[in-house]
Design a protein around this ligand. Structure first.
Ligand code: SF4
Length: 60
C-alpha cells in the first residue's frame, strides 16, 4: 500500500504526471491532483514522481 500526494505549492502544472500516469493524476486548473491517494502498488506513479521537474509528487 502506498500513499500519493502532490505538494500544491510546488506544482507548476506542467502536466507531465497526468501524461505519464493518467490513472492516478489529472490536471485541474493549473495544478495536478491525485485521483486515487491510496494505491496497492505504485507503477507509473513512481515514474511520474521521478519525472516531476519540481519534485512535487510524494510517495510514502
Ligand atoms: S509533474 Fe509535477 S509539476 Fe508537473 S503537473 Fe505533475 S505534480 Fe505538477
Amino acid at each position: 500500500m502506498a500513499k500519493i500526494k502532490i505538494d500544491e505549492k510546488k506544482c507548476i502544472g506542467c502536466s507531465l504526471c497526468s501524461e505519464l500516469c493518467p490513472k492516478s493524476f489529472e490536471l485541474r486548473g493549473d495544478k495536478a491532483v491525485v485521483k486515487k491517494p491510496n494505491v496497492d502498488k505504485t507503477t507509473c506513479e513512481k515514474e511520474a514522481a521521478d519525472s516531476c521537474p519540481v519534485d512535487a509528487i510524494i510517495i510514502s
